[in-house]
Design a binder for this molecule. Structure first.
Ligand code: SF4
Ligand code: SF4
Length: 485
């Protein structure tokens, strides 16, 4: 029976529609590259893994009764410790600022050098690199791994595969273990984990992260970058003609073909079609086909090609970081230097500097005391038998310091106004209150004012808070309500 789509007035199906909807994954066996960019990648891997695994073990003395872990997300106490900075849940805006800073930083780097984050620093890349390193230790480099995969199952193959998977799982456990150390005192939790006395949530989190690390870095690998990561899809919006991308230089490489020693290089390109750039690529693509979504800008193909160029006695740089502007300029023989300073990068840099300045200034001037005043709504006011008016308030003091505070509270703005703290008898123009360290203290306060002192239904009232030296440390404005006049 004829395909109705082919018989439609529009004509035959387009080529795109004939493409299969599902393409079976081709297993990639990346070869080990040697060169400058591989060294940079190894250095980034060591530095980032060391940072991730060791940071929870760093100590920072904050005084008595406070955690001494330099970086700690203390969920029970609802606090985040970062060296000398302590953030409370009320200060979530610092997190927001940090996330915006990270996003703009990523845009800035991407606009200069494309997906370098993906190629060198993304956790998916770092752990995948580590897992491939382990795979190489057990199964050898690319060709040996391909042979092993094709070989029949025997004791040798079973032992190699088993060893690799066991080490992968071990890395997953250590990765999950390091993550939970960010949330509890690391030495204490490590002892509890080893003695099987840790909370079940710790074991469950480690099990979950072991599984995700094992699956993502061991099995999914480049599929995460190609199909799962949203950043891969929208990052091209940050590229322009001056963004540095790993590029194959057709004008130098083509026409390609194998080359015999001592044969002439005339009328041919430098590419000897050795396929080494494809063999080392962690995403398995051929950069000679042009820019592709899968390319993570890691430049391992640059290392591979440079080694080949050294071997065949040709200049390096057949594959290199290059910009679209350079490619076009070279055709006309114009200057081909990359431009880092341009409107896009300057805009991102300006936003970064402003955001950083705001963060630093606000952290620097951050108060260790916060006050919140809530006026009673029911009743709005009470008329007392002596002719005065009473309003009730909830006065909260958040003491973010590690010291107890003795404070004096005064009501200002209404002549003759006095205060009384619930639980005491005395009505005074000033009352003493105290705030324990790292606590929110809540006080029920009654303010009394003579009816004649009120100007109308709603009157301005200020709560003035003073420290033990009599200095004003907070003024909270609110309303005092009386009968309409
Ligand atoms: S093409 Fe080159 S830069 Fe791109 S992912 Fe492959 S090896 Fe890395
Ligand atoms: S590594 Fe260089 S020479 Fe070899 S195929 Fe790739 S581009 Fe050509």
């Amino acid at each position: 029976m004829a395909n109705p789509a082919e018989d439609s007035p529009g004509g035959a199906l387009s080529e795109a529609n004939k493409q299969p909807r599902y393409v079976r994954r081709k297993k990639i066996h990346p070869k080990l590259a040697f060169g400058r960019y591989r060294i940079i990648k190894w250095s980034a891997l060591i530095a980032l893994l060391a940072f991730y695994y060791l940071i929870p073990w760093l100590r920072w003395d904050r005084g008595l009764n406070t955690p001494d872990q330099a970086i700690l997300v203390d969920i029970p106490a609802r606090k985040f410790y970062f060296f000398f900075i302590e953030l409370w849940p009320q200060e979530i805006y610092y997190w927001t600022g940090l996330l915006i800073l990270a996003a703009v930083g990523l845009f800035f780097v991407t606009s200069i050098a494309g997906r370098v984050w993906c190629g060198y620093a993304c956790p998916q890349t770092v752990w995948t690199d580590l897992f491939i390193y382990v795979e190489r230790l057990f199964e050898g480099d690319r060709n040996a791994r391909i042979r092993l995969d094709k070989a029949r199952w025997g004791i040798g193959k079973i032992l190699r595969k088993l060893g690799k998977h066991l080490v992968w799982i071990l890395i997953g456990i250590v990765t999950g273990g390091a993550w939970v150390f960010y949330f509890v005192d690391a030495p204490t939790l490590a002892r509890e984990l080893l003695a099987f006395e840790a909370p079940s949530s710790a074991y469950l989190t480690i099990a979950f992260l072991t599984a995700t690390t094992y699956v993502m870095a061991g099995w999914a690998r480049e599929q995460v970058c190609t199909y799962m990561c949203p950043y891969a899809r929208f990052q091209s919006a940050m590229f322009d003609e001056d963004t540095l991308l790993v590029t194959y230089r057709d004008e130098l490489g083509e026409p390609r073909g194998s080359h015999k020693k001592d044969a002439s290089w005339d009328a041919r390109g430098r590419c000897v079609d050795c396929n080494q750039c494809v063999a080392v690529c962690p995403t398995g693509i051929d950069i000679r086909d042009g820019q592709q979504l899968e390319c993570i800008n890691c430049a391992l193909c640059v290392d591979a090609c440079n080694s080949i160029m050294d071997r065949v006695g040709q200049p390096r740089g057949l594959i290199r970081y290059d910009t679209q502007r350079n490619l076009e300029a070279r055709e006309t023989g114009a200057d081909t230097r990359a431009r880092i300073i341009r409107p896009r990068t300057v805009t991102y840099a300006a936003i970064l500097v402003v955001l950083m300045a705001i963060m630093v200034v606000s952290l620097w001037t951050r108060s260790t005391l916060e006050v919140n005043v809530l006026r009673d709504r029911n009743p709005l006011f009470t008329l007392l038998s002596d002719g005065s008016v009473r309003n009730g308030y909830t006065y909260k003091v958040l003491n973010k310091s590690h010291d107890s505070l003795s404070l004096t509270l005064r009501a200002e703005g209404i002549p003759g106004a006095t205060l009384r703290v619930l639980g005491t008898e005395a009505e005074e123009t000033e009352v003493m209150i105290s705030a324990r360290p790292d606590q929110v203290e809540s006080f029920r306060i009654f303010v009394h004012a003579p009816l004649r002192a009120l100007e109308g239904g709603s009157n301005d009232l200020r709560f003035l808070l003073m420290n033990s030296a009599g200095e004003s440390i907070d003024i909270a404005g609110t309303a005092f309500v009386g009968p309409d006049k």
